[in-house]
Design a protein around this ligand. Structure first.
Ligand code: TRP
Length: 352
């Protein structure tokens, strides 16, 4: 029996190079050796109130991007979260075992709650719990946001997945998933759920930096290279990336914006290209313009074929519907079995 892998991406926008190296690329590499479930988390996207039309467009674009990146619907189960009604039902059941305190202490919750309340600081000492309870203006933190980790745990546990390829930012959610699995087992005295773990092919999780000089590439950061960016846009973005005045003395330590460009170069370019520019940096002969031109070329080598495939797939509604229909059927098969067993374990049994 192949081990079960599950991962998903929230339907909040087009995918960028960070998603590609952090997630998609791993999904593609795993699909031959594992029993894979890859889904589009549209219910999770609702926690931040997307416009309904945009939400649907986003689901469609991520689906096209999954397929364009090489996820094969005959190998992996590709589905949309909301097509599996067993997930929200099990989410209700699981919530009975989840504490609001532990949810309120989750870092991603605190971040987003601060945003929803319009609190600027991201210092960990502000009393966000008191703010949430005391706040009686029109601003509210929605309960769906609080229970985001329950829903994510259910996504994973409902398929008994043991490997969950995700970025570093999702580690805390995975930790909660393990805790909920253990708790369920111990409350009911069963060995029912297994504890899932992250998966990185034995290496460190790659963090793809943004082009704005600091931090990682992220949709909300506005520093992304999208898989769908056309050549001109992409080149322009790379050429405008933040750098510094250049090294003044040999072997000068790199400032963060420059180090970020080298990190990107290491991800997309051949080792001799990296060596060439590293040497040029170290002997102060580097011209950032050349580095950026090369970087743009090498990124385009990765993104252009994907972009062309996305464009070919995204308007093929018949194909897309067929893929998610087949995926939903497979996902529901496994999900309904788990839900039946969970209901049974919890004492919800049918009289008829
Ligand atoms: N929370 C994940 C993210 O923001 C998306 C997600 C939802 C997910 N459910 C999941 C990832 C289950 C892995 C497994 O990236």
């Amino acid at each position: 029996m192949k081990e079960i892998v599950l991962s998903g991406i929230r339907a909040t926008g087009q995918l960028h190079l960070g998603n590609y190296y952090g997630a998609l690329n791993k999904f593609v590499r795993m699909q031959d050796d594992y029993n894979c479930y890859f889904f589009i988390a549209d219910l999770h996207a609702l926690t931040t109130h997307p416009d309904p039309t945009i939400l649907h467009a986003n689901v469609k674009s991520i689906l096209s991007e999954y397929l364009a990146a090489g996820i094969d619907p005959d190998k992996a189960t590709i589905f949309v979260q909301s097509d599996v009604p067993e997930i929200p039902e099990m989410y209700l059941l699981m919530n009975m075992h989840v504490g609001i305190g532990e949810l309120m202490r989750t870092a991603s919750f605190k971040d987003k709650a601060r945003k929803q309340l319009g609190i600027k600081t991201d210092n960990d000492n502000d009393d966000i719990e008191r703010e949430i309870i005391g706040n009686n203006s029109n601003k509210r933190v929605n309960a769906g946001l609080l229970t985001y980790p329950t829903l994510m745990a259910v996504d994973i546990l409902i398929h008994h997945a043991t490997k969950v390829p995700v970025g570093k930012d999702q580690e805390q959610h995975l930790e909660l998933t393990r805790r909920f699995a253990r708790r369920f087992n111990s409350v009911y005295g069963v060995e029912y759920f297994q504890e899932p773990e992250n998966f990185n092919f034995g290496g460190e999780a790659i963090k793809v930096p943004g082009l704005d000089g600091s931090g990682k590439m992220g949709k909300s950061e506005g520093n992304c290279i999208y898989l769908l960016d056309d050549e001109k846009t992409l080149r322009k973005k790379v050429m405008r990336a933040v750098t510094d005045e250049g090294p003044k003395v040999p072997n000068q330590p790199m400032a963060e914006p420059v180090a970020n460009l080298f990190t990107l170069l290491k991800i997309v370019s051949a080792p001799d290209v990296v060596d060439h520019f590293t040497e040029a940096y170290n002997n102060c002969s580097i011209r950032y313009g050349d580095l950026k031109k090369q970087l743009a070329e090498d990124i385009l080598k990765v993104t252009t074929p994907i972009r062309e495939r996305i464009i070919g797939i995204r308007n093929d509604d018949a194909y897309l519907s067929q893929v998610v229909k087949q995926g939903a059927e497979k996902a529901r098969e496994s999900a309904s079995k788990t839900l039946r067993e969970v209901r049974e374990i919890m004492g919800i049994k049918r009289f008829f």
